[in-house]
Write a protein that binds this ligand. Structure first.
Ligand SMILES: [Fe+2]
Ligand SMILES: [Fe+2]
Length: 252
């Protein structure tokens, strides 16, 4: 575990960015494996798939003999459960063909340079379970979720000094312009860094992309270092009970 005294070190400054990107890319390989292994298939239960994902995380991302560490609970939501924010308990559903489903994986990855340091990965993706007569709105919300994420990221990159409130409101506006709503999740993203960033850096409204955050996102942390951000796009259908989720690095 890295101590607060060490956080503002050359190590953190020079390597953290590289490690956050590297850890995220390893997380993407995991998602590729989950999709390739066709775990999410008609007839399977959410709970069973979650256990299988846990095993896959150990196989794909952990050194032999090491158990995976997580910085938030692993989420797989399917069907009506896809409208629910992070805080709502996951429902155990039986997957049906044509269902919409999303993952939200929050992993603390041990990096090679220093085995005592864990770097946070936070990735979310939505998939449509193969089937016939798939609701076109499910396909549209799935595609829009990724597109609006990318548009939000482009908007942020043009003005890194914007406040968390400005970016949240932009995401809300874009969701509504495209015929969706943002979910009841109280924010559209948060800080990411060395695990556990909430303990190292604190955990206040200024660490979230939320309406209450009126500070520039470019403001440094308490140690004077750059802060790194995650953007979450969680869209829900305005009338029907389904949604889509996309989450990835914002500032890198
Ligand atoms: Fe997140
Ligand atoms: Fe997440």
């Amino acid at each position: 575990m890295i101590h607060q005294d060490n956080y503002n070190s050359l190590y953190a400054e020079s390597i953290l960015v590289e490690q956050l990107i590297c850890a995220r890319n390893r997380g993407l390989l995991l998602i590729e494996q989950i999709i390739k292994s066709e775990l999410v298939k008609p007839g399977s239960q959410t709970r069973t798939i979650q256990k299988a994902i846990h095993e896959l995380i150990a196989q794909v991302l952990c050194p032999p003999g090491k158990k995976p560490r997580f910085w938030h609970k692993q989420i797989l939501r399917v069907g009506e459960d896809t409208i629910n924010p992070y805080s709502v308990k996951i429902t155990n559903n039986v997957i049906k063909s044509g269902d919409i489903a999303f993952f939200d994986l929050g992993i603390a990855l041990c990096m090679d340079v220093d085995s005592s340091v864990h770097v946070e990965v936070d990735l979310g993706r939505t998939i449509i379970v193969p089937g016939t007569n798939i609701d076109p709105d499910k396909l549209r919300i799935c595609n829009d979720c990724e597109r609006l994420f990318l548009e939000g990221k482009a908007y942020y990159l043009q003005n890194r000094d914007m406040t968390g409130k400005e970016l949240y409101e932009y995401m809300q506006y874009q969701a509504e312009q495209n015929g969706w709503k943002l979910s009841s999740q109280p924010h559209s993203g948060h800080l990411i860094g060395l695990f556990p960033h909430e303990k190292i850096l604190g955990d206040t409204k200024f660490d979230y992309i939320c309406p209450e955050n009126i500070r520039p996102m470019s403001a440094p942390d308490n140690f004077g270092n750059h802060r790194h951000w995650i953007l979450e796009t969680h869209l829900v259908h305005p009338k029907n009970l389904f949604g889509a989720f996309y989450e990835d690095l914002l500032s890198l």
